[in-house]
Write a protein that binds this ligand. Structure first.
Ligand code: GLN
Length: 447
């Protein structure tokens, strides 16, 4: 704990943490130490974890990096957080992120951007930018983030760490603030696969507080990290020809593919003609869900209320106008539009149908192959401000991560070398529903 606290202090300028629980972490460490000596400690005894500012942690601040939740404190522990505590992990603080997890650069936070520790002029990725940097700069061992369309994997790639998004419903969403409920997953970041496996097996699994969570038993991921000797792997031809893919990212992905072949694995190119529909489908459906989920922040129940109001309607309007940031407001408007009576069928219903096609096509590939490999992001970490003017350019950063989110499939980003400027590149591995065990063993083999 002292080691990580010192690193947090030394790296304050990175703005990764919104709050550090110094004394509480020291106290917990002492208690856990006693339990270890007594032989009564839980399976994650002493594991130092950071949690993203979207996870409910009893009597601790919770703002989704938004002004609209100013001063708000959580009144309960989310399931994942409760299981960490019960397993004797030590929560060291809560991390900065894009407001309500909407973004790909962590520049949408009401508390300012997080800086990439490798190059302070560059973004760490988003929305779990603080989580990724907390692992990157050794400020904790494991970080819990959330991944709706890539928010754990893309920052992991930009920061040179590992980021896992499990199958949708593998981990309870109770106590995870909702962005787009049919996509939202808690994700895990660390520098090694073992830490992710050990944490996942504690926090995953059935839960009475989330009716959508899977009832499937949770395997002992950490004890099953031995890879098979031969895998069947697919890569999507279209991803390698996608507009905007950086040449060095492409070259490293090809290198990884060639290495897999020379190690005796079967690697084939497959077609996925729906690539062009991924971002539209993702952004129509997630903004629709977000516009509904975020209607609860009305200035009455939580956090911020505008002081400039004179009646009920102006209180709603002004609290929301002043409390939400620009990107969140854009998405609420987009989502309200696609759900409006005259456009519902043209956009929302259509996107739901395309979502099904994307999942079916992806699963068809996975019925013949163990994994699909692809770059995590078309580029390496970009400069702060580089894409702030043009939201479409920013949304392109998610091109490769949304396929598995739209499909609900498990996927991981692992480090795959660096570009000539020393910036990390990520390789993404997707597998079929509930194949986390296989993904983790394969990642362990590749790293
Ligand atoms: N960048 C994507 C978005 O802005 C993904 C965010 C996420 O996974 N939370 O929606």
């Amino acid at each position: 704990v002292e080691y990580y606290l010192k690193n947090i202090e030394d790296h304050k300028y990175l703005n990764a943490f919104l709050e550090v629980y110094t004394e509480e972490a020291q106290e917990t460490a002492k208690k856990v130490d006693v339990k270890i000596k007594e032989g009564t400690a839980g399976p994650l005894a002493g594991l130092v974890v950071s949690i993203k500012d979207v996870l409910c942690h009893l009597d601790h601040g919770l703002q989704a990096s938004s002004k609209i939740l100013e001063g708000f404190q959580s009144q309960f522990n989310g399931t994942a957080v409760q299981r960490l505590i019960d397993a004797d992990a030590i929560i060291i603080g809560r991390t900065n992120c894009d407001e309500f997890a909407m973004g790909s650069s962590n520049e949408n936070s009401a508390f300012g951007p997080v800086l990439n520790a490798i190059d302070n002029e560059r973004v760490p990725g988003g929305s779990s930018g603080g989580a990724a940097v907390s692992v990157q700069a050794d400020m904790c061992l494991v970080a819990l983030g959330s991944d709706t369309g890539g928010s754990v994997r893309q920052p992991a790639a930009f920061c040179g760490v590992i980021g896992l998004k499990p199958t949708y419903s593998r981990i309870s969403r109770h106590g995870l603030m909702a962005y787009a409920s049919s996509f939202d997953c808690i994700g895990l970041l660390a520098k090694n696969v073992d830490s992710i496996a050990a944490t996942l097996e504690v926090i995953a699994g059935k839960d009475d507080y989330d009716s959508t969570v899977s009832q499937k038993p949770v395997p002992h991921y950490s004890q099953n990290l031995t890879p098979d000797s031969e895998y069947k792997i697919a890569y999507i031809r279209e991803t390698m020809e996608a507009e905007g893919i950086n040449e060095e990212v492409k070259a490293k992905t090809v290198e990884a593919i060639e290495k897999l072949k020379s190690n005796g694995h079967q690697v084939d190119a497959v077609d996925f003609p729906l690539l062009d529909y991924l971002l539209a489908t993702y952004y129509i459906l997630t903004t629709a869900e977000a516009s509904s989920n975020l209607s609860r922040y009305d200035g009455v129940k939580y956090g911020f209320r505008s002081p400039h109001t004179h009646d009920l309607e102006s209180m709603y309007k002004k609290s929301r106008s002043e409390g939400f940031g620009h990107e969140v407001k854009t998405r609420i408007m987009l989502g309200t539009f696609v759900l409006s009576a005259s456009y519902y069928d043209a956009y929302y219903t259509k996107a739901q149908k395309v979502r099904r096609m994307i999942r079916d096509e992806t699963k068809k590939i996975l019925s013949k192959y163990d994994f699909i490999v692809l770059p995590t992001s078309p580029t390496t970490a970009f400069k702060l401000g580089e894409h702030s003017e043009d939201p479409l350019e920013m949304y392109l950063a998610d091109l490769f991560t949304v396929q598995s989110s739209v499909s609900g499939l498990p996927t991981i980003s692992i480090p795959n070398g660096k570009d000539n400027g020393g910036l990390p590149i990520g390789l993404q591995i997707v597998s079929d529903d509930f194949q986390e065990e296989k993904i983790l063993a394969f990642s362990n083999y590749l790293i």
